[in-house]
Write a protein that binds this ligand. Structure first.
Ligand code: FES
Length: 69
């Protein structure tokens, strides 16, 4: 699915970049050129980033709880 029509960037590319450690909007802009033209895709890119950061926080919390037991 296309996320950024202006720069021909698909959801799969964004998620792969985030998974590889590019987990900021500026990083994604620099790496993929996403959200660097009209900006219409920026909210969706931020949603992917929020989803990733929430998952990372949940994982960290689960690891802390596992050590506490
Ligand atoms: S749709 Fe991404 S910058 Fe325009």
């Amino acid at each position: 699915m296309y996320v950024c029509i202006c720069n021909d960037v698909k959801e799969k590319q964004i998620k792969a970049a985030i998974a590889s450690g590019v987990d900021t909007l500026d990083g994604l802009k620099n790496t993929l050129d996403v959200a660097t033209c009209c900006g219409c895709c920026e909210p969706m890119v931020n949603d992917y980033l929020d989803e990733h950061h929430t998952m990372m926080a949940d994982t960290a919390l689960i690891e802390q709880l596992a050590y506490a037991v």
